[in-house]
Design a binder for this molecule. Structure first.
Ligand SMILES: Nc1ncnc2c1ncn2[C@@H]1O[C@H](COP(=O)(O)OP(=O)(O)O)[C@@H](O)[C@H]1O
Ligand SMILES: [Mg+2]
Length: 299
């Protein structure tokens, strides 16, 4: 099982969009995917239609330290009301798309986490996800986070094998990304002596426009590679600003259903670059569908 946390210290950069679309695509290549909405604003929770909404969610997962069945909601693809006109639906049913919903708007979970000892608080997502019942049930776990430093973000960082960090292609966001990342590294390195490691971080430029000099931003981030302890790299794939992302969110489906050519290519490339073990695997509605009889182990 491979755990990915989508983090950034900024809101509106495309974290939830990436988590939902990456989750939908991984499910369509046949993998068993668990989404965790660790944002107090439940955007990922609302992205897909739920055919089964569990009674509990993030609060119970974190407080009990166990991923029990009553925390697991089931996403429905396609959603009941989906208008399939002009959309190429996948031919195979895909893997699984489950969700731990966000239920912490009132701030009680953060208050509860503030009262825990540091290490205990940091392990609150890592611990339940390492349980054999979870590692054998899912191939990929994707954690969406809020755009602010806090206990939930720390727990999500500490649970991940790899971090995906969307960055907006403007110089102010790029500088904020550098500052935010360096302070995140500083904070997490404090925990190194107790065996906690900061996972590798991969930045992706999102909502890019043709007019913006994305190369300049990428170079700025690459120049600071050493300053970021060599732990941050820049993905080659960029996610363009495209109306298909909003349309997909409205229809509650992944973007590769809405735009099975351009944005499907973008999402496939991003997935292959970010998770090399799925390189070459395609959703069954992709023009270059390769049936690899998707093995479920060792993702
Ligand atoms: N590549 C994109 N092209 C166009 N709109 C996008 C793209 N990515 C995200 N958006 C839109 O930008 C807004 C913020 O994205 P969201 O994923 O919610 O950001 P975050 O989770 O970082 O706050 C949403 O309305 C979303 O539909
Ligand atoms: Mg979000």
């Amino acid at each position: 099982m491979f755990t990915i946390s989508v983090v950034s210290t900024k809101g509106g950069v495309g974290k939830t969009t990436l988590a939902a679309n990456m989750g939908g695509l991984l499910r369509d290549i046949g993998l068993r995917v668990l989404l965790i909405d660790a944002d107090i604003q439940p955007s990922l929770t609302r992205y897909f239609h739920l055919e089964h909404e569990a009674e509990h969610g993030l609060t119970q997962l974190i407080r009990s330290g166990v991923l029990s069945p009553d925390c697991i909601s089931h996403c429905q693809l396609p959603p009941v009301a989906f208008e399939a006109k002009g959309v190429k639906l996948p031919q195979s049913p895909g893997g699984l798309l489950h969700l731990v919903k966000s239920d912490t708007r009132d701030g009680k979970l953060q208050d509860w986490m503030s009262g825990r000892m540091g290490l205990d608080m940091l392990m609150r997502l890592n611990m339940p996800l390492k349980h054999p019942s979870v590692t054998s049930a899912y191939d990929v776990v994707l954690i969406d986070t809020q755009g602010a430093i806090g206990h939930l973000q720390d727990a999500a960082v500490n649970a991940a094998d790899q971090l995906l960090v969307p960055v907006s292609p403007d110089i102010v966001s790029a500088r904020e990304f550098l500052d935010g990342t360096i302070s995140l590294l500083d904070r997490h390195e404090c925990a190194a002596h107790v065996g906690l490691k900061m996972p590798p971080m991969k930045a992706v430029l999102t909502r890019t426009e043709k007019t913006v000099d994305c190369k300049l931003i990428s170079e700025l981030i690459r120049e600071h590679f050493i300053e970021m302890r060599g732990r941050v790299s820049m993905l080659e794939t960029m996610v363009p600003a495209a109306v298909a992302y909003r349309k997909a969110a409205t229809a509650q489906v992944p973007v590769h259903w809405i735009d099975p050519l351009k944005q499907s290519d973008v999402m496939h490339k991003l997935m292959w670059e970010f998770i090399p073990s799925v390189d070459g695997m395609c959703a069954s509605n992709h023009p270059e569908f390769i049936d690899l009889n998707a093995p479920h182990d060792n993702v």
